[in-house]
Design a protein around this ligand. Structure first.
Ligand code: ARG
Ligand code: ZN
Ligand code: CA
Length: 221
């Protein structure tokens, strides 16, 4: 990889108006470790740069829209190279969402990831409680699409070494193959929808794409 980049992470913990919810310091540190393990081959590493806690009932269950704008305008830290990691209790079966790097220039305050609190390592959202929702959302923040983006048709996820995939995988299937193009579905990839225990890799092509996105949209900004 082209660069060794150390990314400051600002953790924003949203609790209910009465102080319910939240995550522990251990969970935050373990989430950072999960990220560092997942991105080890990419040239990116992560360190905790700051933590804040806010009690706000609207932000606590926010799934996007005006509550997201308000929350991020109030809390976002750093420039294009800072990862703002919001955690709340979004509900609706959602695990998280993220902004893409090319959106930073037009909406810098919105940049970051929002992740379900119970998906952090040791949380209650089994089988999504090993911290790989964080890994997955940060993958989007780095410029990666889902492995099933575009289905079986080129350019798919715009990464050549992730086999085409017609639809999201769930659970931890063996030998899943939804496209007639080469290769079984990449169900072990962090950018699929499999269980956390099942996803364990970014490909070399994804690492190359992340580095090129970083250079285009984040470094020096
Ligand atoms: N559905 C979410 C998204 O598309 C997150 C999926 C996370 N998957 C997981 N195994 N933790 O961004
Ligand atoms: Zn996703
Ligand atoms: Ca691909």
């Amino acid at each position: 990889h082209a660069q060794a980049v150390s990314i400051p992470v600002y953790f924003h913990i949203i609790k209910s108006a009465t102080g319910a919810g939240g995550v522990t310091t251990t969970q935050i540190n373990n989430q950072i470790t999960v990220l560092n393990n997942a991105y080890a081959a990419s040239g990116f590493s992560f360190y905790l740069a700051g933590t804040d806690t806010t009690n706000n009932g609207t932000w606590y269950t926010c799934t996007g829209g005006s509550c997201e704008t308000q929350m991020k305008n109030a809390l976002r830290q750093g420039t294009a190279t800072a990862l703002n990691f919001y955690t709340n209790n979004m509900g609706g079966g959602l695990l998280g969402w993220a902004t893409f790097p090319w959106s930073y220039s037009s909406a810098p305050k919105m940049d970051g990831v929002v992740v379900l609190q119970s998906s952090l390592p040791g949380g209650s959202a089994s089988p999504f409680n090993l911290g790989d929702t964080g890994t997955h959302e940060v993958g989007h923040w780095m410029g990666l699409y889902h492995t099933f983006q575009g289905g079986c048709a080129a350019p798919g996820d715009s990464v050549s070494d992730t086999p085409d995939e017609a639809s999201p995988a769930s659970g931890c299937p063996t030998g899943r193959n939804t496209c007639s193009t080469a290769g079984n579905d990449p169900i072990d990839n962090f950018m699929d929808y499999s269980d956390d225990a099942c996803m364990n890799k970014f490909t070399a092509g994804q690492n190359t794409r992340m580095n090129s996105m970083w250079t285009s949209y984040r470094s020096g900004r």
